[in-house]
Design a protein around this ligand. Structure first.
Ligand SMILES: C[S@@+](CC[C@H](N)C(=O)[O-])C[C@H]1O[C@@H](n2cnc3c(N)ncnc32)[C@H](O)[C@@H]1O
Length: 248
């Protein structure tokens, strides 16, 4: 690889795509919220944190952090990176919670200052999304914030699915982006690095879930996340971003 514009993006160990090695615009907003003291008393939960890029940045910004991932190897990597990159005082604010969100996480109501979920929710079914959003709303403290980024159908590997997705949207189906066999529509050479089922999301579905859980939506928009590989680019709507807040 030549150096210009190309970055090494490590693969997950469990065929759940790639992990970020730098903070996206959404993750930067999450870290800025931590730096402003949003998670100094009540921790931030980083769901599906991968190798911990956002968790470690939040720690360095002064937050208490619960770094979650379902893969034990990813959890070990977060711990290894914390040991390598963080001070003892920063590490004292880190808890690594290995398990599947939402069913394996048990947290007290009102105990979290923020929840960050980057590139994870497109692996959950509709039922898991419903449960997950309700759980997040329950765990957040009043004024606590939720930061989400996920894949939309508007990525080049899913182009063949867009007419069907838009038909489902027009029919007001509740989960228009659910693909139990993603291979039926997506032929991209790297789809082997993704699970068989995917749930492509959009601003309408995430907004509906957040409102149903009693959250106030501050941002819900489609955009192209900064570190999206060029091979996935389509039309600028490749990523959905949602920021929501629990009312006081
Ligand atoms: C594409 S990676 C994203 C990692 C990181 N959040 C980022 O933005 O780079 C997806 C991660 O979510 C984890 N994951 C997927 N479903 C999960 C679930 N239900 N609960 C916890 N972790 C999950 C995977 O193991 C993987 O590490």
């Amino acid at each position: 690889m030549s150096s210009a514009g190309k970055r090494f993006r490590p693969l997950t160990r469990n065929r759940m795509g790639w992990v970020s090695e730098r903070l996206s615009r959404l993750s930067q907003e999450f870290v800025a919220y931590c730096a402003a003291g949003g998670c100094a008393e009540t921790p931030a939960l980083d769901v599906g944190g991968g190798f911990g890029v956002a968790s470690l940045a939040a720690l360095k910004a002064g937050a208490r952090v619960i770094a979650n991932d379902l893969d034990e190897g990813h959890c070990a990597e977060i711990e290894r990176r914390a040991l390598e990159n963080c001070t003892e005082a920063e590490r004292a604010r880190l808890t690594v919670a290995c398990g599947r969100f939402p069913k394996d996480l048990t947290l007290e109501p009102g105990s979290l200052g923020a929840v960050h979920v980057s590139n994870v929710l497109h692996f959950l079914s509709g039922k898991q999304l419903d449960h997950g959003m309700q759980a997040i709303a329950h765990w957040l403290r009043p004024e606590g914030k939720l930061f989400i980024q996920a894949a939309t159908p508007y990525q080049s590997p899913f182009a063949a699915f867009i007419p069907e997705y838009e038909r489902r949207l027009a029919a007001q189906e509740p989960w228009p982006g659910w693909l139990p066999k993603v291979g039926l529509y997506a032929k991209h050479r790297q789809m082997g690095q993704m699970p068989k089922a995917m749930h492509l999301l959009d601003d309408q579905v995430l907004r509906r879930l957040a409102l149903a859980a009693g959250l106030v939506v501050e941002q819900a928009t489609l955009w192209r996340r900064d570190d999206l590989p060029q091979g996935l680019w389509l039309d600028g709507r490749e990523t959905v971003l949602l920021v929501a807040r629990k009312p006081a």
